[in-house]
Design a protein around this ligand. Sequence first.
Ligand code: FA5
Length: 345
Amino acid sequence: MIDQLQALRDHALEELARIDDLADLEAWRIRYLGKRGELTLALRGLGSLDPSERPVVGRIANEVKELLESELTARRDRIAAMLRAQEIARQAVDVTLPGRSGPVGQRHLITQMLDEVTAAFQRLGFQIVEGPEVEWDRYNFEALNIPPDHPARDMWDTFYVEWSGRPGGMLLRTHTSPDQIRVMEKTRPPVRIIVPGKVYRYEAVDATHESMFHQVEGLAVDEQLTMADLKGTLVAFAHQIFGRERRARFRCDYFPFVEPGAEMAIDCHVCRGAGCRLCKGSGWIEILGAGMVHPRVLAGVGYDPNVYSGFAFGMGVERIAMLKYGIDDIRLFFGNDLRFLRQFR
Ligand code: FA5
């Protein structure tokens, strides 16, 4: 019986030493120390021993039981410690790993272009002014020497907010020129302003026309301003945006609020004037409309045209961006396609 108990003890301890998870440990406990476990059954067998042997065998059996119980507890503690260590290792944060960066936004290409254009004029001494996008007919047309029913209104297909068939209604401004009037009504010369902003036209949208786009208007009024000032200012602007080697060409154009009126073109920066797809073979690219402020416009805001003269210009910002970056469809700007926009960080 004693040999049997010792063999049981050795076998149980050997098995215990190999156990490293709690489920196996519980199975081991049930196998040896459970109600029907091997040791329990052996202890029950004590009753069938000779009474003289019982105390010795009983003592040894109890020693084996206590040993197995204490080894069980020690093993359970070691397994628990091991599991804790594994869990801690699993949850550990490696502070040396590079961080994950979140998505970073950027300014829209048109916003960048607006900033670039306005900064070029600020360097030339122009101040930035903004005006309303919902405008009175009077500012958008009449005060700009475009009376009701004048055929020049056909130059701008207009969204009327409220149109009674008579002057006085409201509309979405078709250009930034109304802010020439708003500024002149409020200030005395000298005036040197630029007006960046959105404008709206009832257009059939295509690769070069949108029904909402951006313009930058410019206006300078002072004594003795001439066409030379207009040309000098606009050539300096074109050099800043398109490069110092650009040449400029001015040709007659018609806008009711200037006299004389002009369009300005630069020699094509892709083919350098030789003729290519961008400039449609002409070697020149039109970038803006301009002219000397019409005396009637000056008189309308209370400036004496015999004392003051001025020049004005207006350009499409999308057009400038398309020329600068070789973009061939204006709809790309507003398609919300990040693959397109991210090219211009
Ligand atoms: C005007 O709007 C005048 N107010 C410009 C001006 C100001 C002339 C001061 C003289 C003195 P125009 O209609 O040509 O002019 O438009 C100016 C520019 O806006 C064009 O050269 C073009 O670049 C841009 N543009 C016109 N229509 C559209 C459109 N539908 N979509 C995108 N850009 C356009």
